[in-house]
Design a protein around this ligand. Structure first.
Ligand SMILES: Cc1cc2nc3c(=O)[nH]c(=O)nc-3n(C[C@H](O)[C@H](O)[C@H](O)COP(=O)(O)O)c2cc1C
Length: 216
């Protein structure tokens, strides 16, 4: 496949930690997409120029700017890349029962630019971009199913068909026994064992889902 024909998949890390759970999973998904022949364009939301969530300027509601967030800041290249992409892989850790503030900033602007307030055509997105949303959490996989389902529904409606992957009970620090404060909520052995047995499975799943996303 020549470069000109390659699908472009945008990969977004909405978590701050490089090499940790969220980053690892979206990187696996990206590898899967690459195996399917796609080209990866990657953004780390915590390493961008300064940006905000939606500023409610309503410029995206004007006929001439329809579907385009007109607020210019660190998120502009991300939004531009997603608009032109063949797929979006985005991962966020769960922070206080939500996705990260960085995820939310992008999400507000990504969704709102495509939302028209028009009864007949509520969405002006003419180029659906398939999405893979990955969420990691300390809590078990089941706790945030509804939260992720809500994001899945809205992303499917305003961006493109969305699949999700939830990876719970993640390892949060390398060695729980070396902490100088007590994290009695967690069983270090249980965390370690899960990281060694279940997490690699989840990585394989992420790879497969990334490959599938790029094969659509
Ligand atoms: C500020 C903060 C808030 C968190 N809140 C939650 C939470 O409400 N529920 C939960 O299950 N995990 C919570 N966590 C844990 C992370 O979601 C979890 O460890 C995640 O896998 C971290 O991703 P990372 O390894 O990619 O950084 C929180 C972590 C931080 C730093």
């Amino acid at each position: 496949m020549s470069t000109a024909e390659k699908k472009k998949i945008v990969v977004v890390n909405a978590g701050p930690r490089k090499g940790w759970n969220t980053d690892t999973l979206i990187s696996e998904a990206a590898k899967g997409a690459e195996e399917a022949g796609a080209e990866i364009v990657r953004f780390d939301l915590f390493r961008l120029e300064k940006y905000t969530g939606c500023i409610s300027c309503f410029a995206c509601k004007k006929e001439k700017f329809k579907g385009h967030c007109m607020c210019r800041d660190g998120l502009t290249p991300v939004l531009d890349a997603i608009r032109e992409a063949d797929g979006l892989i985005i991962g966020s850790p769960n922070y206080l029962s939500e996705l990260t503030a960085s995820f939310r900033a992008l999400y507000e602007r990504l969704i709102f630019q495509n939302l028209t307030y028009n009864k007949e055509t509520p969405c002006c997105n003419i180029h659906p971009v398939p999405v893979l949303l990955v969420m990691t959490s300390n809590a078990p996989d089941t706790l945030y199913v509804n939260l992720v389902k809500n994001y899945q529904q809205t992303l499917s409606r305003f961006v493109g068909p969305c699949e999700t992957l939830i990876c719970g009970n993640t390892l949060q620090v390398k060695d729980y026994s070396k902490l100088d404060w007590e994290w009695s909520m967690f069983d270090p052995e249980d965390k370690k064992q899960r990281h060694e047995t279940v997490f690699p499975e989840e990585c394989r799943k992420a790879f497969k889902m990334g490959k599938q996303l790029a094969s659509q």
